[in-house]
Each structure stands twice: as structure tokens, then as C-alpha cells.
Design a protein around this ligand. Structure first.
Ligand code: ATP
Length: 201
């Protein structure tokens, strides 16, 4: 079965996804796929044409901070970047899902930041919302150098948290310790594996 993960920025989606991986689930991380794609020579050359050499770091890799500065201050630039990356990321995810299905993997976890507004949601048998208070999310993203305003600016580009919650059929509270979260992940993992999805159709 395919489990999609939703939640606010810094809510703990990657943390929860890793916990599922520790239990044996296969995971697909759209951010990681996008990062690989962005370093491909053809993508790099397109980005350079759009935004100049300044978006390439001294070591020759793409300076993702510079890209983020551009796209999060200009909605049109964000759309342009998404149009370039999303079809490829989606194709890669679809390919991996087929592979996992062929191998009869019991659980595949999709950590796709824009899942709420993506048709990839159609692949999901279940949707999980990872909940953390706004204050905690602000503290947790501070280590990335993001101020509370930066967090709000990025969240404003996404489907609102309250709408993501409505899309979900289970919820994990990640406002406590990592151990408390791990316990909830283990419980959910057991109950998901007990569901017979063939009976739902
Ligand atoms: P993004 O939306 O940017 O992808 P995310 O929802 O995947 O973020 P994580 O990267 O999992 O969030 O978590 C954000 C930060 O908070 C990380 O540094 C992580 O280690 C930390 N963190 C997550 N959950 C907890 C927790 N329960 N206790 C303490 N720290 C936590």
C-alpha cells in the first residue's frame, strides 16, 4: 500500500518517513529526487540561462539557497521552476512505485512536499498528516536559518495546513519527543499492514 505524508513545513514529515523506513517501509523523497535532477547538466544549463551564473556555486553545483531566494519571492518564477522539475520528478516516482509494486512491497511512503496539490495523491491508499505546533515548527526550521517570516512566506505558497489536515485519514502528533512519535509510527505501521486493501475496491 502507498502512504502519502502531509504536514506543515518543518512538521516532521522527513523524520516520520525515516521512522517508517527503519521499520522496513520503502520511501520516496521528492525533494531528494528534485535535488538529483537539479544537478543534471541539462537542468543546470536551463537554470543558468534563466537566472545567470550567479546560481552556480564555486564548486560547480547549483546554489539552492539562491534558487530559493528567487522562487519564494516571485510566484511566477516558482511556477516556471515547478514546470521544469515536476514532470520529471513525477515520472521518476511513478517508475519507482511500479517497481515497488512488482516486488510486492508492503508499504511505500511518499514524502512529497506538494502532495496536497499534486495528482500523485491519486496513488495513495492512505494519507497521513504530521502535526506540530507552529511555535515548534518555527524553532525547528531556525537551524536552517529561516525566520518565522520566512516560514510563513514559504507556507503561503502551499496548500494551507488546515486543508492538508482534512485530506488525511490518520494523524501523528509530532509536538512531543521523538520517542513518542516513534511509538505512534510503530502503531500506525502495524495497523496499516493489517488492512486488506484488496477488500476496499
Ligand atoms: P520540510 O517541510 O522542510 O520538508 P519536514 O516536515 O520534513 O520539513 P523534518 O525535516 O522532519 O520536517 O523536521 C524538521 C526539524 O525538526 C529537523 O531538524 C528534525 O530533526 C527536527 N525534529 C522533527 N521532529 C522532532 C521532534 N519530535 N523532536 C525534536 N526535533 C524534531
Amino acid at each position: 500500500m502507498i502512504l502519502g505524508i502531509l504536514g506543515g513545513i518543518g512538521s516532521g514529515k522527513s523524520t516520520v518517513t525515516r521512522m517508517f523506513a527503519d521499520l522496513g517501509a520503502k520511501t520516496l523523497d521528492a525533494d531528494a529526487i528534485a535535488h538529483e535532477l537539479i544537478e543534471r547538466e541539462d537542468t543546470k544549463s536551463t537554470l543558468r540561462q534563466w537566472w545567470g551564473d550567479e546560481i552556480i556555486s564555486e564548486d560547480g553545483t547549483v546554489d539552492r539557497t539562491k534558487i530559493a531566494e528567487r522562487v519564494f519571492s516571485d510566484a511566477e518564477e516558482l511556477v516556471r521552476l515547478e514546470r521544469l522539475l515536476h514532470p520529471e520528478v513525477r515520472a521518476r516516482i511513478e517508475e519507482k512505485i511500479s517497481e515497488f509494486k512488482e516486488n510486492n512491497e508492503k508499504l511505500v511512503v511518499l514524502d512529497v512536499p506538494l502532495l496536497a496539490s499534486s495528482t500523485l495523491r491519486d496513488f495513495c491508499d492512505e494519507i497521513l498528516f504530521v502535526n506540530s505546533t507552529e511555535a515548534l515548527r518555527e524553532t525547528r526550521v531556525k537551524v536552517r536559518g529561516w525566520s518565522p517570516d520566512e516560514l510563513k512566506r514559504r507556507e503561503a505558497q502551499q496548500v494551507p495546513e488546515s486543508d492538508k489536515k482534512i485530506l488525511a485519514n490518520s494523524i501523528i502528533n509530532n509536538s512531543g519527543s521523538l520517542n513518542e512519535t516513534r511509538q505512534q509510527v510503530e502503531d500506525l505501521y502495524e495497523s496499516l499492514l493489517a488492512i486488506d486493501f484488496t477488500e476496499r475496491e
